[in-house]
Design a protein around this ligand. Structure first.
Ligand code: R5P
Length: 304
């Protein structure tokens, strides 16, 4: 006679500091346990980590968006490794924004290809990654550099919906050829026309964008869409050209609003009518909620 014992797999959600809102949202929607952990700095800035929940043989959802990755990586590594030592079954990293995707080749001799190095590090301490619109330009999939399973989600349907509900007569504008993939997808769902411009980046803060041929769209509201707004130079340059072409003040939409330094205010001062982002990175410009997209690919989810 066999004594077959079927163990129920349970899921527990941990948030790195600053990710509590998304983690709570996910946890409540899935109806799973909240993970308790302390992650803080000692006075000398070294990191202290303590896991207070019983995690043995549980599946962990670890929420940590990866803007400002240098300061987040060690706490994330320490927490993840500690969870493994305490016997968790599997760790899924939910990183709505995935850093270090742009340095994807040696542009000049001697440069580090940090997208590969970062991928190697992260692949060493989690079992799966869930992320939104990573900057895949020269790579066709995350699995080319990440050795763990990677689920790539897209914000385009959410952005299209926001545009449909908020911007009548929108003309979608992509600032460069790399943005075409997002802009064309958003335009299709938003049932709006789109144009894609040409960009040359001369330096971190020195960006040149071609003058758009958009006279026929004078009565539309331009909506610039890009995956990342970092220094905002790309958007600022585009806003300037649209202004010169006599277009209405544009709405600027970014999937990931990093806003280095004073970039957000500079973009508004440059003439953007509004700046809107998803909450993949917490910022005052967040208007588009991404939790629902993430929930669809998590275990226990009833959202389809
Ligand atoms: C570049 O390839 C990306 O798609 C964005 O256009 C870029 O990261 C934006 O950067 P910034 O805001 O610094 O111009």
């Amino acid at each position: 006679m066999f004594n077959l014992k079927i163990k129920e797999m349970s899921t527990i959600v941990f948030a790195l500091p600053g990710n509590e809102t998304l983690a709570d949202n996910i946890r409540k929607q899935l109806g799973v346990e909240k993970g308790d952990a302390v992650v803080r700095h000692f006075p000398d800035d070294e990191t202290f980590v303590r896991v207070d929940s019983d995690v043995k043989e549980k599946d962990v959802l670890l929420v940590c968006t990866l803007d400002h990755p240098d300061e987040k990586l060690l706490p994330l590594y320490f927490l993840s490794q500690t969870l493994k030592e305490l016997g968790v079954r599997k760790i899924t990293l939910i990183a709505p924004y995935l850093a270090y995707m742009r340095q994807d080749k040696r542009f000049n001799s001697g440069e580090a290809i940090t997208s590969e190095l970062f991928a190697k590090l992260v692949s060493g301490f989690v079992d799966r990654i869930v992320t939104i619109d990573p900057h895949l330009h020269r790579r066709s999939s995350l699995e080319e550099i990440y050795t763990v399973s990677a689920t790539v989600l897209h914000a385009a349907p959410l952005i299209s919906e926001w545009i449909r509900n908020n911007i009548p007569h929108a003309l979608l504008v992509g600032p460069d050829i790399e943005s075409e993939q997002w802009v064309s997808a958003v335009a299709k769902d938003a049932r709006a026309p789109f144009v894609v411009l040409k960009k040359i980046r001369h330096g971190d803060k020195d960006v040149e964008v071609s003058i758009p041929q958009i006279v026929e769209f004078k009565h539309y509201t331009p909506v610039l869409v890009d995956d990342i707004i970092s220094t905002a130079r790309t958007m600022i340059e585009t806003v300037g050209h649209l202004k010169m072409a006599g277009m209405r003040p544009p709405v600027c939409v970014g999937v990931h609003g990093i806003f280095a330094g004073d970039a957000f205010m500079e973009l508004l001062r440059a003439g953007a009518d509004r700046v809107v982002t998803t909450n993949s990175i917490i910022h005052a410009s967040n208007r588009i909620e991404i939790a629902q997209v993430i929930l669809k690919v998590l275990p226990n989810s009833t959202i389809t």
